[in-house]
Write a protein that binds this ligand. Structure first.
Ligand SMILES: O=C(O)C1=C[C@@H](OP(=O)(O)O)[C@@H](O)[C@H](O)C1
Ligand SMILES: C=C(OP(=O)(O)O)C(=O)O
Length: 440
């Protein structure tokens, strides 16, 4: 029997009150480490996320001969760039744990090495589709063998050349786009990617910050190889996907008033804020500043009422990791909320349509699973699950954090299994949540 932990509990009328600096952005931390490793000279990364997923990127790059120092304050990481695309050979398989972003981006970045490499990961990562990345990489000239033609472990063959391609993405995926761009850096000729709808563009922005030639015209992103990548001073903003749990918690828990300084508000990430605005929320944005091409702002959130809406189409990709916590917000809104076109949720750390529905039902919530999303009834009172029912993160950090916020709505004692999964993106999440519980 796996041990369960008790989640933070609200006493009386406590709300979430105070100022919180959420940890650095996960997507940007992976990318800054990778580009830092390729660049000439040192890259100093401030507010680099040091959570499980990013630590796997760091250890992979170290295993491949990159020197990376973490300053004792745990806030600054220095990557001593190799100044070339070739890494040191390694016979040992590279372990990427639970990290989907690391896996897909590194497959692209390592698809032209003069020796073979093997990548593996945990049970969840080993069930996530990779043909979507390997297909374009093979068109560029890489040879990658996947288990059952789609899954880890992956064996990348030794390869000495890649060619640029024009590729229409069949699914909206920033990870696939980024893998192709990282391979494109090492290819002969230009690489163009056509996106069905916009996805997070951190790779494009960071590549430009390091000196690469990347342009976007409408739906087409084009990279011209050959530019020198130079080490940079990179300032990572707070992760909006981590802030999301506090934003929604503050909105739906009465008596809350939170300030979240310096959170990333790149427009390809702010789908959550647009959706919440459509639900009627007013979130304050101040102190806007752009560093390394990435905008950030201080967010101010007070508890307020929400209304149900339909979330579909291009909105989904811009809020893909926030849909579990949006589902919880919907349980408190006036009227029904429908989430459609979100079948990609089935390919995350868990099948997030299935697990969100299964776990929210433990609170007595009316929520219906659809093939591409869910339908959530509004204005529901969440009940602490009965003593013999334990919540389960299923090893999915975002599910674990959403359930911790849901538990606060009950006021009762709620247990969570596999809570350690939260450390994949936010090791201090539960302590931070607890520290903000105050009576105003
Ligand atoms: O590029 C990235 O950093 C990410 C892209 C998204 O995945 P997909 O590209 O599979 O949509 C997202 O879900 C993931 O958490 C991070
Ligand atoms: C889907 C996620 O990450 P990854 O794909 O990197 O595992 C996430 O962080 O919600």
């Amino acid at each position: 029997m796996m041990t369960a932990i008790a989640l933070p509990q609200r006493k009386g009328q406590q709300g979430l009150v105070g100022t919180l600096h959420v940890p650095g952005d996960k997507s940007l931390s992976h990318r800054a480490l990778m580009l830092g490793a390729l660049a000439v000279g040192d890259t100093v990364i401030d507010r680099c996320l040091l959570a499980d997923d990013v630590l796997h990127t760091r250890s992979a790059l170290t295993q491949l001969g990159t020197e990376i120092d973490v300053n004792p304050d745990q806030q600054t990481v220095v990557v001593h760039g190799r100044g070339r695309f070739t890494f040191a050979p390694t016979v040992k398989p590279i372990d990427l744990g639970n990290a989907g972003t690391a896996t897909r981006l590194l497959l692209g970045m390592l698809s032209r090495q003069p020796y073979p490499l093997t990548i593996h990961g945990d049970a969840s990562l080993s069930q996530r589709p990779l043909m979507r990345v390997c297909d374009p990489l093979q068109q560029m000239g890489a040879t990658i063998d996947l288990r059952a033609d789609n899954y880890l472990p992956a064996s990348i063959h030794a390869n000495s050349s890649l060619k640029g391609i024009t590729y229409q993405l069949p699914v909206a995926s920033a990870q696939v786009k980024s893998a192709i761009l990282l391979a494109g850096l090492q290819a002969q000729g230009a690489t163009s990617i056509i996106e069905p709808v916009p996805t997070r563009d951190h790779t494009e922005r960071l590549l430009r910050a390091f000196g690469a030639d990347v342009e976007r015209h409408g739906k087409v992103i084009t990279l011209q190889p050959g530019s020198l990548l130079e080490g940079q001073s990179i300032h990572i903003p707070g992760d909006l996907s981590s802030a999301a749990f506090f934003i929604v918690a503050a909105l739906i828990i009465p008596g809350s008033h939170l300030v979240l300084p310096a959170v990333g508000v790149n427009p390809t990430r702010t789908g959550l804020l647009t959706i919440l605005e459509q639900m009627g929320a007013k979130i304050g944005l101040s102190q806007l500043e752009t560093l390394n091409g990435e905008p950030r702002a201080s967010l101010t959130i007070k508890s307020q009422s929400l209304k149900g809406i339909t979330i579909a189409g291009a909105q989904v990709a811009l809020a893909i990791d926030e849909l579990p916590i949006i589902a919880l917000a919907a349980t408190q809104a006036k009227g029904e909320t429908i989430i459609r076109d979100a079948q990609e949720l089935r390919f995350k750390e868990t099948d997030r349509i299935k697990t969100v529905v299964q776990e929210l039902k433990k609170f007595g919530v009316h929520i219906e699973e659809k093939s591409d999303g869910m339908v959530i009834k509004g204005q529901q009172e969440l009940m602490a699950p009965p003593a013999d029912t334990v919540l389960d993160s299923h090893g999915d950090h975002r599910l674990g954090m959403m359930l911790a916020v849901a538990a606060l709505l009950t006021g009762g004692k709620v247990l969570l299994k596999q809570a350690e999964a939260i450390g994949i993106s936010y090791p201090t999440f539960l302590a931070d949540l607890q520290s903000l519980l105050k009576s105003q």
